[in-house]
Design a protein around this ligand. Structure first.
Ligand code: BG6
Length: 490
């Protein structure tokens, strides 16, 4: 691919703590490379990977070059492209407990005097407090410096508050970029565009027209080699507390007065505060947890969760959660919001389904069918609007289901930007819109905590489901109680 000049020039230093870790080479470096290839990464940047071991810049560049072999073919650099990318890459050894190593980093950054410094904590989260404290003590917290924090941000409300306390002691909230990579997905930005860039949907975006909303984040993969991490986390903490709730806020929020980060985040916070709180009784009724057993995915036999590596044989960790909740305000009173996520489900599919109400007075023969808007996040990124139409075949014909489909990858073929690419560029550019504020994050923990507590006292444990299915039957039963069905059952 021919290399062109980037359109923007800007001096920045991007520092990755955890520079040899999985996240850095699997997601962040490929995303930065794509940003360079798309001419979106400003010229004049330096990327500094920080880790414990001793390596030269050259050795680090080779390490990253080799890792690109694991990236999907279309996203691998040519030799010419990698050479250009590698010019930006540097390596610095640091022991994260040593104050003088932070002083050394500061001297290195000060010497260049870049206009923007982004410190990305791609380490294990138990290191966040120590790193933030040391950054503050070393004076690596001036206004042109930003800190990016990767999930998991806490294990419960208390630990999230502790991380926020340490971050706030060193940085202003406007310097703190908390990542939820779902917010970087193009479909999520399109959700904002759909709701607030078009006049068409907003008048019907309310309880009078909408029967229920379903958010599904389904994965085909199991826990793979992450059994030890996952077993201490579970689906509620891994996917619902962050990704699913962030999507819910985007769907349910009131129109913000501007497109500024805090105008948006204020509205998202209001949604989180309006969620119906759980108690021990409603957890048993409105939350279903499951754990996969052996089964078949895409025609292949796969083991159950308890047979996965590094998973204790008697684990009660949930790999599936389905939740029914409500947003208690005038717009949404009484409308069920169903959230569901799981590993080893029927297909990899992330989507939001908005089920509209049926027509109030049917005049056509046959059963009427409610309209449905499907916002697809992955694997495709698009919108489907399901309607009923007449074929024109004569009097008394039955209406037929049709759908208007919009595939954003086809509509904007050359401009699609991946989630990490988008979020890294936003962190460099100082745009906070797609990052989570501390009060949102804490409120989300506040909402899930009674669920965790009720589960810890419930000897029944998670319900089993076969790998390749759509979770335990209790999930469908919960939705059926309202006279509804999950999208794949409709
Ligand atoms: C991560 C979770 O946040 O999101 C993983 O920790 C999960 O368990 C992943 O697999 C899913 O992300 P995506 O973008 O592949 O849907």
């Amino acid at each position: 691919m021919k290399l062109k000049q980037s359109y923007i020039t800007m001096s920045f230093d991007l520092v990755f703590f955890g520079g040899t870790g999985d996240l850095t080479w699997r997601k962040l470096m490929p995303a930065l490379f794509q940003a360079m290839r798309h001419h979106k990464l400003p010229e004049g940047g330096r990327i500094i990977a920080v880790a414990r071991d001793e390596r030269s810049d050259e050795q680090y560049r080779n390490f990253i070059k080799e890792r690109f072999a694991d990236v999907e073919p279309g996203k691998r650099p040519s030799d010419e492209e990698f050479a250009k990318f590698a010019e930006m890459l540097h390596f610095r050894r640091m022991d994260l407990s040593q104050p003088e190593h932070y002083a050394g980093l500061k001297a290195m950054l000060d010497e260049r005097g870049a206009g923007t410094v982004v410190l990305y904590l791609a380490t294990s989260p138990y290191l966040f407090p120590v790193i933030c404290k040391q950054l503050g003590m070393a004076g690596l917290n001036a206004p042109h410096i930003r800190v990016v924090l990767e999930k998991p941000l806490g294990h419960d409300l208390a630990s999230a508050q502790e991380i926020n306390r340490v971050v706030k002691a060193a940085f202003h909230e406007t310097q703190a970029f908390r990542i939820d990579h779902y917010l970087g997905k193009p479909a999520v930005q399109n959700l904002m565009a759909l709701r607030f860039g078009n006049a068409l949907f907003e008048p019907v975006w309310r309880r009078e027209s909408i029967a229920n909303i379903q958010i599904t984040l389904a994965e085909e993969l199991g826990v793979g080699t992450r059994g030890d991490y996952y077993d201490k986390t579970g689906a509620l903490r891994d996917m619902i507390q962050n990704h699913a709730l962030q999507l819910l806020t985007m769907i349910a929020m009131e129109p913000p007065s501007t497109n500024d980060a805090d105008a948006i985040r204020d509205e998202k916070l209001k949604v989180l505060k309006s969620l119906r709180p759980f108690n021990a009784e409603t957890v048993m009724r409105d939350v279903v947890r499951g754990q996969y057993r052996a089964g078949s995915v895409e025609g292949r036999r796969v083991p159950g969760y308890l047979e996965e590596v590094k998973v204790p044989a008697n684990s009660t960790c949930e790999t599936f959660v389905a939740i029914r909740t409500e947003v208690q305000n005038w717009r949404w009173a009484g409308v069920p919001f169903y959230l569901r996520t799981g590993k080893r489900l029927g297909s990899r599919e992330a989507q939001i389904v908005v089920n509209f109400r049926e027509v109030p007075h049917p005049i056509f023969p046959g059963a009427s069918r409610a309209n449905k808007l499907v916002i697809k996040l992955q694997p495709e990124d698009g919108l489907e609007l399901h309607l009923l139409a007449a074929k024109g075949s004569g009097n008394n014909e039955l209406l037929s289901p049709v759908s208007l489909d919009l595939d954003f990858d086809k509509a904007f073929p050359s401009e699609r930007v991946g989630a990490y690419e988008r979020l890294l560029l936003d962190a460099i550019g100082g745009r906070l819109n797609l990052f989570v504020r501390s009060d949102e994050q804490e409120q989300a923990w506040r909402w899930v905590e009674p669920v965790l507590e009720a589960w810890s006292k419930d000897p029944a444990g998670p319900r089993p489901y076969a790998a390749g299915s759509w979770g335990p039957p209790e999930s469908s039963a919960m939705v059926a109680r309202d006279g509804c069905a999950w999208a794949e059952e409709q």
